[in-house]
Write a protein that binds this ligand. Structure first.
Ligand SMILES: C[S@@+](CC[C@H](N)C(=O)[O-])C[C@H]1O[C@@H](n2cnc3c(N)ncnc32)[C@H](O)[C@@H]1O
Length: 283
């Protein structure tokens, strides 16, 4: 949703922006091109592999970018650490990137086989492998129910625990095939999609980090500054909506979510479920 990001973040030459989830740097690059390289951007990502990709992709703008390999839940400390002031806008483009899903080493996806992992920060203590192979059944059920909103969480948790008695569930494909053996496909959506979403959200503590990131963003933005958030599932969007609606320091630019236009959905199927919300710090 690059067009909408530029429209609603409204970056200006001389402004200081934060891309809280810079990924490979596509949005950051669009902001820099739009402002002729005359805005500054703090590019944050928890995944060191994403930071390396972004550094390469944004090489020609290196004077305008500060890269930070950290979590956006620490946004306040990050801003203090680098002595940044007067932040005019912050972008959150949540979830994972297409580069991460096709990186078999990161173990997010099942289209390419890879070791089950799903950690944005490869050094964080718990991976998807640990959850699937060593967590008790009731805890796996809770994760699938809370973060995947799965009605059959109990059945799937039991299936996983029975399978791991025979052999460890090591790879993304192994887990996806196991789920597909007892769950129906819904439309074009693979039966294991919700299971992968749930485990990824848990492993990366995504919902709690989002709450902390939004609160921190509000503290570092200057009056009139904007927060633009793109989320990809209802659990995230509910948090964003509640945060923006309930803060007396923010004004929501639109009551309704902004969704990609038909053309973007065709060109970029990953954007199909994207929902954007925008709020401005009251002067
Ligand atoms: C959808 S991608 C962003 C793509 C990016 N907008 C672009 O234009 O390339 C989401 C990114 O957020 C990062 N991420 C997820 N949780 C994070 C967190 N708590 N702090 C910082 N980065 C995070 C992921 O590593 C991933 O690279």
């Amino acid at each position: 949703m690059v067009k909408q990001v530029l429209e609603y973040l409204n970056p200006q030459e001389g402004g200081m922006y934060i891309d809280a989830t810079c990924g490979s740097g596509h949005h950051a690059r669009a902001i820099l091109e739009y402002t002729d390289g005359k805005a500054k951007i703090i590019c944050i990502d928890k995944d060191p592999r994403a930071i390396l990709r972004a550094k390469k992709y944004l090489e020609q703008f290196s004077d305008s970018v500060i890269f930070v390999n950290d979590g956006f839940e620490n946004i306040e400390q990050i801003v203090k650490r680098i002595n940044a002031e007067r932040i005019s806008g912050i972008l959150f483009d949540l979830g994972f990137s297409s580069e991460q899903i096709s990186d078999s080493e990161a173990g997010f996806g099942f289209r390419q086989d890879g070791m089950l992992d799903m950690r944005f920060n490869p050094e964080s203590p718990v991976s998807a492998y640990d959850v699937v192979n060593s967590y008790p059944e009731y805890e796996i059920k809770r994760i699938l129910f809370e973060y995947g909103e799965m009605k059959d969480a109990e059945k799937i948790a039991h299936l996983i625990c029975e399978e791991r008695k025979k052999r460890p569930i090591r790879t993304t494909r192994q887990l996806a095939d196991l789920i597909a053996s007892c769950r129906k496909k819904r439309g074009n959506i693979h039966p294991a999609t919700q299971v992968f979403q749930a485990i990824r959200i848990y492993v990366n503590n995504e919902l709690e980090n989002l709450k902390s990131g939004l609160n921190g963003a509000l503290k570092v933005l200057m009056p009139g500054g904007r927060i633009v958030v793109i989320s990809y599932h209802s659990l995230e969007d509910r948090i964003v909506k509640k945060f923006m609606k309930s803060s007396n320091k923010l004004r929501m630019l639109f009551k309704k979510v902004i969704v990609p236009d038909q053309m973007e959905k065709v060109i970029n199927p990953c954007a199909r479920s994207a929902k954007m919300r925008v709020a401005e710090v009251i002067n």
